[in-house]
Design a protein around this ligand. Structure first.
Ligand code: GLA
Length: 330
């Protein structure tokens, strides 16, 4: 009996959800969720900061939610619905959650846009129906590789005496594209492919990158110098710390990250240079502010966001980081 009633209620709720007219009336207050996978990372704190700026300017409410795993993502979407949000922007902890996120958003009648990490379907293809803003991953990876090659040449290092640490996280397509881009540029500049050492990290943070790099360096004692690249600044910082621990300091290590936010700036601010040579600065302002404004326009004026926006980056080093950040309005 109890079961029958529960089923009846469920059916009723579903029928109501399906027949209800689009939830938004012109004078309803706009509420937008901004869900991120790693709230402790400066990149995501910056994205939230610029999303807040958009909220203030446009007059909507921003709900910031941290969702480091799949369960938390699905709960977050239900919570947003319960709070009468009309849409959300998300950087998911796992792109393979794509179909579940799409289904859950649809069920809750929430507009959905992704940032940074693009959702994939069951066969690993990007879900193109969901508007996305990400970085131009291969191109930015190539900038990283080129910067490393240029600096190696400047220092007169012999490629055959140099190892390259690829801090990898291949289950995330943007991570794979970034590191593959770096290898493309390095090998085009004459770096031997055989000297690229793959160092997979279990999670995308500095600690896991440190562990991956530490193993890779220990297993390859023949190199005189090291270079390093990865998904982001945190990955390269882990590699730089591991190399230091093994005696490769600024003059024997060239690490180039991607991000250019606080993690990189802290490193550049040190009196003595470290192995963290540079970073390709990308824009958390574009990713946080623009996606939020896109979502606002979609909810308020029914103007759908562009299906795909890929942003660019610029190499910064200890010498010019402050200046370039200012130019980019950061
Ligand atoms: C991924 C990385 C972040 C950052 C963004 C930029 O989500 O995990 O560190 O680099 O991409 O789009």
């Amino acid at each position: 009996m109890k079961n029958k009633i529960a089923v009846g209620f469920k059916a009723l709720a579903l029928a109501l959800a399906l027949t209800a007219s689009p939830a938004f009336a012109a004078d309803d207050p706009v509420k937008i969720g901004f869900v991120v996978k790693q709230p402790e990372e400066p990149w995501f704190q910056d994205e939230w900061k610029y999303a807040e700026q958009a909220a203030k300017e446009k007059g909507f409410t921003l709900v910031k939610i941290a969702a480091p795993d799949g369960g938390q993502v699905l709960t977050a979407i239900d919570n947003l619905k319960a709070q009468h949000a009309q849409g959300f922007v998300i950087c998911t902890p796992d792109v393979k959650l794509g179909p579940s996120i799409v289904a859950k958003a649809k069920m809750n009648r929430l507009k959905l846009m992704t940032v940074d990490d693009r959702l994939v379907d069951g066969s690993g293809k990007p879900i193109e129906a969901v508007p996305h803003m990400g970085i131009s991953a291969s191109k930015i990876g190539e900038q990283v590789g080129q910067a490393i090659a240029d600096e190696m040449k400047k220092r007169g290092w012999k490629p055959e005496e140099t190892g390259a640490l690829r801090i990898s996280y291949d289950q995330l397509p943007t991570a794979k594209d970034r590191t593959d881009g770096a290898i493309t540029a390095l090998t085009a500049a004459g770096f031997p492919k055989a000297n690229v050492v793959n160092a997979p990290q279990a999670k995308t943070d500095t600690e896991n990158a440190f562990n991956a790099a530490n193993i890779a360096i220990t297993q390859n004692p023949k190199y005189k110098h090291w270079v390093a690249f990865g998904l982001n600044d945190e990955a390269v910082l882990g590699a730089v710390r591991a190399a230091e621990g093994r005696g490769f300091r600024a003059d024997n290590m060239i690490g180039v990250g991607i991000g250019g936010s606080k993690s990189a700036l802290n490193e550049f601010a040190k009196a003595e240079p470290t192995g963290f040579f540079g970073s390709v600065l990308i824009s958390p302002k574009r990713h946080g502010y623009e996606t939020s404004v896109d979502m606002y326009e979609w909810i308020k004026n029914d103007k759908a966001p562009p299906p795909l926006t890929l942003t660019t980056g610029r190499l910064v080093t200890k010498a010019n980081a402050g200046e370039v950040r200012k130019e980019m309005g950061l």
